[in-house]
Design a protein around this ligand. Structure first.
Ligand code: NCD
Ligand code: ZN
Length: 360
């Protein structure tokens, strides 16, 4: 078994960076490991215009350490009032890489989200025509639907119709959490792909709820039964290009999570690659990590894979319990049993070696 892992530098296809002091704190963690990241637009107020996205991208770039080549890829927050012309303008001028749809009230900062998919017909038509990916928070918000069923009902009631109505629209079902989502992806055309987080690969709802409630393991979509975690592991390590890396790293200050009404979101950016490597290692599928982490995402988005390489080593490492963020504190997710891999750093690809490898 290899103790050293070298793969093309990965990208994070689903990330929350926040703003202000939190932004300044969290950006360096992602910039250390990932070349690019799809940055979620759920700020308050949400990033709905090209001007707002430009300004947010500038603030992110200011937080990127000088020795990092990290590039933020911006997204447009869709509302009932989204204008197809503004969306096309942001995409063709390369400000936006994609648009994000939150069903209204589905998750953190989604109050301005979409109340009815029909309101976006013209937007979807335009995105389909220009090839702009639609990123979905795939959960219904009907209060009558149990929180553990919201992804499945979204697939049955909303997603199937969307794909039928817009057969050429590129869609990413974000942070999938269920065996049913995996099966749906496997049975559907290449128009749709899905991201999978490290935490959904590592924890089930028992980890969150047995022996006491653990607010730092609470996120949306909520973690499900063990059989779903296993299905997600099989999907991620299958070698299918429909599944790729998206951390959904979503920092919230400790006091807002350890609260009578705690926020949803898991902050995994500090150890994201270590966690994915551990999962692929446990599944004896380290040879599949590069596809999932570094190749299938760029292929779906029509971007080149990264030239640099990331190096990891097997070995336990210490995770800090807390990280300061301005006047706040953050608690990073480091897996249920501690870290089994260590991120060593980035190296330039050797001239005569374009095929990265897993080796010792
Ligand atoms: C995210 C956040 O905090 O912005 N929370 C989460 O639990 N994943 C929003 C989201 O992606 O649902
Ligand atoms: Zn998210």
């Amino acid at each position: 078994m290899s103790d050293r892992l070298i793969l093309r530098q990965p990208d994070d296809w689903h990330l929350h960076l926040r703003d202000g002091a939190m932004l300044a704190t969290v950006v360096p963690f992602t910039a250390r490991q990932f070349a690019r990241a799809i940055v979620m637009p759920n700020l308050t107020p949400p990033v709905t215009t090209v001007a707002m996205a430009n300004a947010y991208r500038d603030r992110i770039r200011q937080a990127v350490p000088a020795d990092s080549a990290f590039q933020p890829l911006m997204t447009c927050y869709l509302t009932d009032a989204s204008d197809p012309n503004e969306i096309e303008r942001g995409y063709t001028t390369k400000v936006w890489a994609a648009a994000k749809l939150y069903p209204a009230h589905a998750t953190t900062n989604s109050a301005h989200g979409v109340t009815d998919m029909k309101k976006l017909t013209r937007v979807f038509e335009r995105m389909q025509r220009i090839g702009m990916p639609l990123l979905l928070h795939g959960e219904v918000t009907d209060p009558g639907v149990d929180i553990f069923d919201r992804e499945n009902v979204f697939i049955d009631k909303v997603l199937t119709k969307l794909l039928d109505d817009f057969p050429d629209l590129k869609v990413v079902l974000e942070h999938i959490t269920t065996a049913e989502a995996v099966d749906f992806l496997m049975a559907t055309s290449t128009q749709i792909a899905a991201t999978i987080t490290p935490h959904h690969l590592m924890i089930s709802r028992n980890d969150m709820l047995v022996g006491g409630i653990r607010p730092h393991l609470y996120c949306l979509p909520i973690v499900k039964r063990e059989r779903h975690r296993r299905a997600l592991r099989r999907a991620a390590t299958s070698g299918s290009a429909k599944f790729f890396l998206g951390t959904d790293s979503a920092p919230h200050a400790v006091h807002t999570k350890e609260n009578a009404c705690g926020c949803a979101g898991i902050f995994n950016a500090p150890f994201a690659l270590e966690l994915y490597a551990q999962v692929f290692d446990e599944e004896q599928a380290l040879d599949k990590l590069e596809g999932f982490a570094s190749l299938y995402g760029p292929a779906f988005y029509g971007l080149p894979a990264n030239e640099r390489q990331a190096v990891l080593e097997r070995g336990r490492s210490e995770a800090p319990r807390e990280i300061g963020a301005g006047n706040e504190r953050l608690l990073p997710f480091a897996g249920p049993n501690g870290l089994a891999w260590r991120f060593v750093g980035l190296v330039e690809a050797a001239v005569n070696e374009t095929r990265p490898r897993a080796g010792s």
